[in-house]
Design a protein around this ligand. Sequence first.
Ligand SMILES: [Zn+2]
Length: 252
Amino acid sequence: MTALMDLVTLSRELGKPERNLVIIGEGNTSLRIDAETFWVKASGYQLPSIDAQGFTQVRFAPILDLFEHPPATQTEQKARLRAACVDASAPMPSIETSFHAMLLDVCQVNCIAHTHPIAVNRLMCSEHAELLATRRIFPDEAVLCGPESVFVPYADPGLPLGFAIREGVRQYMATYAEAPKVVLLGNHGLITLGKNPTEAFNITLMVVKAAEILWGALAIGEVRFMSREDILHIYRRPDEIDRRQRFMEDGA
Ligand SMILES: [Zn+2]
């Protein structure tokens, strides 16, 4: 139950109104339980007030199978989502369960945090959206968020979005030979990937900070982006890798 409580804590932290990351039913989170199952936020629950009952234990295999054999109708999709739940009487998992399962599996991480931050979406809803994904503006952004983020143009929430994210993640992994830490969704929001809830939380805060700074820099004139060389250097520096590890081990 401890892992689930960590997920509850992460979700409530993300949901705090002063953070401006989500309102009402926005956002969802997930956490790997074991090789076969994971917790994911249930539909209709709100992050700020969620408790353990707001999460449903879901099996990976039937959700990943949706990508291999897509359902023909919404009714079939719903039935297969329901069938994937370990407890048939648990609340219905989020419509975004498919991308949670896929990212936990493909990227071999343990925790996913999906939010709609104002600072991020201000850029995601502009012609500058890709800049937040493909460029870096300060060293701690590169250290925590990776040399680049995956940018996914707008796709219909649910399985179409899951396919679009999978394509972007595959391209990223082909380039960098490691999983991304951030996925940015055009006209939609932010997904962060962590080894644990603390890492997913820290990366969320860092992307929001980068978005705030990029927005300000764009507003006052030409942005000075870091060079590729400087980004890769700081990202791979052994002492920075140590720092990244320690941030992850400290509580959120
Ligand atoms: Zn969303």
